[in-house]
Write a protein that binds this ligand. Structure first.
Ligand code: XIL
Length: 371
């Protein structure tokens, strides 16, 4: 019997560790970039130009981005900004089941390994994404006709294979991705239909067995404010905690529309952290109607700043991850017709108002008054 952690790492516990890791990392990056950490840390002249990651480290949180292996390999501007500004990375697609096991039993870890080694080279944390979802599954799995028992065995094997492959290298795993509908009911996907709601606790336990040190998350969108969906996530996390299931965190994806953020994100974060789990903003972007106007980009900057401030001010919010950092590599235009410009940098890698708002929010730390 594995005894799950009696309590999830609080930010007090995590942040000491994060802070040490990140300060070391910041020194390494500062050496490369020619910046001086002490000036940044003391808010001197260099502080105003300090990269996001050194400001975040000072607040005891990380600031991350989703990254793609192909772009890291082919675009040196992209990889240099990624390494300089961010101290955490989430592989955008490379760890999904269809990527790692496109043919049953034939694994392709190379793109995900490439991101992990980039992260190690640049002293970045890695968020593993994701182990259980209803999307981006391999065809051999979705087109096979498996019994419930076979699906349970396949899921256990997948989780064990993948978590074991990366054991010791992953700070946190999104174990189950997007399990709820907007009304708070479970998505009736192949996992739920075959295994019932217990697949979530099973997945967490299997992941914990394979890497007991990774912090295990449930991750979903539209759970950033308090609503039927986040209420369902809250009830589930409470139940899992009561049952001793090794849940360590809740990921708030945060795919926002500029000017339409929920007003109670901070309160919602706090109710989760009171259950003894961490929260993280895992996939932040903030889309506008194209072409973007100056007013939209100003609104977007305010949105980004306020989300970062919320995380900084909530003990137990461990970090904020952008879903790609530039408009040129965002998933948004391909999925939301007519919308885009959702990221911190434009498609020419020029920092946008949102970037400066994030930097100010990180530099202000907990001093910013609540909104
Ligand atoms: C998206 C990627 O950004 C795209 O490149 C891919 O085509 C589809 O998936 N929620 C998630 C992420 O948890 O994995 C999704 O990423 C965006 C929505």
């Amino acid at each position: 019997m594995h005894r799950p952690p009696s309590s999830a790492p609080s930010r007090r516990a995590t942040s000491g560790r994060l802070r040490r890791t990140l300060l070391t990392a910041a020194v390494a990056v500062a050496a490369v970039a020619g910046a001086t950490l002490p000036a940044a840390a003391h808010g001197g002249t260099a502080g105003r130009n300090a990269p996001l990651r050194s400001l975040a480290a000072h607040d005891g949180i990380y600031v991350g981005s989703a990254l793609a292996a192909g772009t890291l390999a082919s675009d040196s501007t992209y990889s240099s900004i990624a390494a300089t500004q961010f101290d955490a990375v989430t592989p955008e697609n490379e760890m999904k089941w269809s990527s790692v096991e496109p043919t049953q039993g034939a694994f392709d870890w190379a793109p995900a390994d490439q991101i992990v080694s980039f992260a190690q080279d640049h002293h970045m944390l890695v968020r593993g994404h994701n182990l259980v979802w209803n999307s981006q599954l391999p065809t051999w799995l979705t087109s096979g006709s498996y019994s419930s028992a076979q699906l349970a065995a396949l899921l256990k094997k997948h989780i064990t294979d993948e978590v074991s492959h990366f054991k010791g290298k992953i700070y946190a795993w999104d174990v189950v991705n997007e399990p709820f509908n907007g009304d708070g009911s479970y998505v009736q996907d192949l996992w739920y239909n075959a295994l019932g709601p217990g697949y979530i606790a099973d997945a967490l336990r299997w992941a914990h067995q394979a890497d007991p040190k990774a912090v295990l998350y449930l991750n979903d969108y539209n759970i950033e404010g308090q609503n039927a969906k986040s209420d369902a996530m809250y009830a589930l996390v409470k139940q899992l905690r009561a049952e001793g299931v090794p849940i360590g965190g809740v990921g708030l994806e945060s795919h926002f529309i500029a000017g339409e953020l929920p007003t109670d994100i901070k309160a919602n974060m706090q109710r989760f952290t009171k259950l003894g789990v961490n929260v993280a903003v895992t996939e932040l972007d903030d889309r506008v109607e194209l072409p973007a106007t100056a007013a939209e980009l100003t609104q977007q900057a305010a949105d980004y700043g306020s989300v970062v401030t919320d995380c900084v001010q909530v003990r137990g919010c461990v970090g904020v991850t952008a879903w790609e950092f530039d408009d040129g590599h965002s998933w948004v235009p391909g999925v939301f017709a007519g919308q885009g410009a959702a990221n911190l940098y434009d498609a020419s890698y020029q920092a946008k108002p949102a970037y400066y708002a994030v930097r100010s929010a990180l530099a202000a730390g907990r001093r910013t008054s609540s909104h």
